[in-house]
Every structure is written in C-alpha cells, then in structure tokens.
Write a protein that binds this ligand. Structure first.
Ligand code: FES
Length: 89
C-alpha cells in the first residue's frame, strides 16, 4: 500500500506532520501484531503540494493519498482507519 502525505505549506499548517507521526506509530503496532495484518508493505512518502488545495475554494487540506485515492481534510484518525481497514486480516 502506498500512502502519500502532503507536506506542502497548507497541509503542514493543518496537521500533516502529526499524521506522518501517527502513521509511524501505526507501523510499529502493525509489526508487533503482524498476525492480525496482511504482510503487504506500507510505503509512506511525504510529498509536495499536488495542487489539490489550490484547485478549489473549499478547505481540503490536509491531503493524504492512499493507493492513488485522495482523502481530503484527512485526520490521523481517518487515515489510520483507512489503512487498518485495508490491511487487517
Ligand atoms: S499543500 Fe497539500 S495539497 Fe497543497
């Protein structure tokens, strides 16, 4: 699974660094409980602004893209839920 977290200025301002930290914590939890999760790799990448926040007047940041599917207004909780739902056995 590929998780890309935008660290452009809008997304950083609205908390993307904390989402990155939480994904790191989640990776540890997954590796400690590997029986409960598929062994799919969790690739995490910090990316620059892809322009999502500039294409609209609505608030969309922070943006996290999971397997090419963008999540708008991402929070640590919504991102964790999405990742866990995808890799839980
Ligand atoms: S700063 Fe994240 S989408 Fe623009």
């Amino acid at each position: 699974m590929k998780v890309k977290v935008c660290v452009g200025s809008n997304c950083t301002f609205l908390g993307s660094m904390s989402i990155l930290d939480q994904i790191d914590d989640l990776r540890e939890i997954i590796s400690e409980n590997s029986d409960d999760y598929s062994d799919e790799d969790l690739e995490v990448e910090a990316i620059k602004c892809l322009g999502f926040c500039k294409d609209t007047d609505e608030k969309v940041a922070p943006i996290v893209v999971i397997d090419d599917e963008p999540m708008y207004n991402a929070t640590g909780q919504t991102v964790m839920e999405k990742i866990i739902n995808k890799i839980r056995k």
